[in-house]
Design a protein around this ligand. Structure first.
Ligand code: ATP
Length: 273
């Protein structure tokens, strides 16, 4: 679990010193509206398509501290709200990231929220309806979220959630939007800007990604992510031969199955071979 104040992303918007984010549709306006109207937001989409970057960009744009938590199946409500810890012989209450976001009027981003334990919904529900309250059972406090507080959660509907999903009573508390891999022209801009590789060479990688994504469903759980394309372009830009870079970034991370890997390499060789 990480809870950091807005971490500076690797690449910044040169003019405004914001974490670089290339909009795809109306997502920035929708985020701002949700923030203004004090509504919680749910982002759905595949891994590595820009959700986290989007949230850090918007938090910086709105000038709010960001508390990011990567949820996992052991994450409990206490991990979010806080707990009593023994420090120097004394027991002291230490706020968790959600409580800090509420107290400081920040944005709390719960990545892959469906992974978290069920008791997390107990703290999320009163916070995500018109009460906007965070009950801290252990300290006896009932915190009212200030107007600057916002809760953003995400999950990937594409995989492994046959067993895990959000209950309707939880998901119907959020304004929601779907993310997907950016359209080719935008993805090319992103990959080029993030890696330093020329536009022309990134366009070839983005075309290749489109082909590989067509294999999704047949052989692959998920299509190749924008994140992996950035890795690939970064290695090529550093001088690695294309076939070596694509194998390490667009084949090995996607599958362990040798037949699937061979199919992917064939598609790559047809493009670059
Ligand atoms: N619209 C975008 N603008 C700028 N960069 C982007 C965009 N979309 C994707 N990226 C790039 O892709 C990388 C991965 O995106 P990000 O970490 O936001 O994915 P994610 O959807 O949060 O994935 P996960 O669900 O696995 O956490 C970013 O570090 C960035 O380099």
């Amino acid at each position: 679990m990480s809870h950091t104040a807005t971490a500076p992303a690797a690449v910044h918007d040169l003019e405004r010193d914001l974490p670089y984010y290339e909009p795809v549709g109306n997502e920035c306006a929708l985020f701002e509206q949700a923030y203004e109207q004090r509504l919680p937001l749910l982002l759905k989409g595949p891994t590595g398509c820009g959700k986290t970057r989007f949230v850090s960009h918007m938090a910086a744009k709105l000038g709010r501290p960001l508390f990011t938590v990567s949820c996992h199946d052991d994450l409990t409500a206490a991990d979010l709200t806080g707990r009593y810890l023994l420090q120097g012989g004394e027991t002291r209450w230490v706020d968790g990231p959600l409580t800090r976001a509420v107290r400081e009027g920040g944005i709390c981003y719960l990545d892959e929220v469906v992974e978290a334990r069920k008791d997390v919904t107990v703290v999320l529900h009163p916070l995500t309806d018109d009460r906007r309250m965070l009950p801290l059972e252990r300290t006896g406090e009932l915190l009212e979220a200030p107007k600057d507080f916002m809760l953003v959660v995400s999950y990937n509907p594409g995989y492994q959630h046959i067993l895990k999903s959000l209950k309707p009573s939880t998901r119907q508390r959020f304004v929601a939007m779907s993310f997907d891999f950016p359209p080719p022209r935008v993805e090319c801009d992103i990959v080029s800007r993030e890696s330093g590789l020329s536009h022309e060479r990134c366009a070839a990688l983005v075309n290749l990604a489109a082909r590989l994504r067509e294999l999704k469903g047949q052989d692959l759980e998920e299509g190749v992510s924008t994140r992996l394309l950035v890795y690939c372009a970064t290695l090529i830009n550093a001088g690695m031969p294309i076939l070596e870079a694509t194998r390490a970034t667009l084949v090995e991370p996607l599958s362990d199955d040798l037949d699937v890997q061979e199919g992917l390499m064939e598609a790559i060789q047809a493009t670059f071979g």
